[in-house]
Design a protein. Structure first.
Length: 281
């Protein structure tokens, strides 16, 4: 097994561009909390590990001109402690709060959570609701993709073998925005989401405005409940319209039954939980 620890991003991009990286089914190691589990328990074979964890330029949270940028190696603990995020993207902070335990939060990175591409990844629904942009870098250049276009299915993304997810960015939310996250698991903590919901919306003259609803663990990738958003947008806030939107959102899901839950239960939970999260009080 070849183990390499590049000193900086330039060296990293050189390494992953080499034919030997692809030939050895090389893997980028960030916190390792998904990768090492896959190698140990799910038969992932690799002959080359590129450990990126100590590349400082890829870690940190900044806000400039109303745009928030998060380096891909920023940990869940960094996210939880960030005042920039608790003020400008509260549902991302809430998702970090619900994430595993402190040891895991200290190791796990936002980039790893995204690149692992699990429909149950906790940070992904808030990033959908924030309409985040992902910066993908390689020696060939830089491209940006909307987070919704990044995922192709469970564990599958548009990331090329020589590409690195370097940064996640989105606009800061106004302080008046209702920004919420809820994860339903089989227990309170250390649980994989049975269903997760992330919402951002405003209320103007008692009408819904800028509604963004993202749902996790209810389809092959995290989804936006766009039809439900449409029904709510510009409509007077009332229990009836919220119930209607929840029914539509439940129909937008295509869940599977697995060890954690049946598909029917997942739909039912979307139906029950969405109205709770759309409450103004
Ligand atoms: C005990 C335990 C509890 C957990 N609890 C939760 C939980 O509550 N919620 C949750 O969502 N997840 C949970 N997870 C899953 C995991 O911790 C997260 O998905 C975590 O964010 C992964 O980050 P990492 O830095 O450890 O990724 P790694 O394991 O290092 O990497 C994951 C994958 O992404 C690739 N990768 C990583 N960074 C980059 C990058 N910058 N560019 C390109 N590719 C990259 C790697 O090559 C690998 O394929 C848990 C895992 C364990 C073992």
């Amino acid at each position: 097994m070849i183990y390499i620890k590049p000193a900086d991003k330039k060296e990293l991009l050189e390494l992953v561009a080499q034919p030997s990286f692809r030939k050895n089914n090389g893997q980028i190691l960030a916190g390792g909390s998904d990768l090492l589990v896959k190698m140990e328990h799910f038969g992932l074979k690799t002959g080359m590990i590129v450990d990126v964890k100590s590349i400082k330029s890829l870690r940190g949270i900044t806000k400039k001109d109303n745009v928030i940028r998060i380096g891909s190696l920023t940990t869940l603990s960094d996210i939880l402690e960030s005042k920039i995020l608790s003020k400008n993207a509260p549902n991302l902070t809430q998702a970090a709060k619900n994430f595993a335990a402190i040891q895991m939060r200290n190791r796990s990175t936002i980039g790893g959570n995204i690149c692992n591409a699990s429909p149950a990844g906790d940070l992904i629904p808030p990033l959908y609701a924030l309409e985040a942009t992902l910066k993908l870098e390689s020696q060939r250049g830089i491209r940006t993709v909307n987070i919704q276009q990044f995922f192709k299915g469970p564990g599958k993304t548009v990331l090329k073998p020589d590409e690195l997810l370097s940064e996640i960015s989105f606009s800061a939310l106004p302080s008046s925005t209702f920004s919420r996250f809820y994860k339903l698991g089989q227990r309170e903590s250390m649980a994989i989401a049975v269903v997760s919901l992330a919402l951002n919306f405003n209320s103007e003259n008692n009408r819904f405005k800028d509604v963004r609803i993202a749902l996790g663990s209810v389809a092959p990738t995290v989804i936006r409940a766009k039809e439900a958003e449409k029904i709510l947008e510009g409509t007077d806030i009332s229990p009836e319209i919220v119930e209607k939107a929840a029914k539509i959102a439940a129909k937008e899901c295509s869940p599977i039954s697995d060890v954690r839950s049946s598909a029917d239960y997942r739909r039912l939970m979307v139906l029950r939980l969405l109205p709770e999260l759309l409450k103004i009080a």
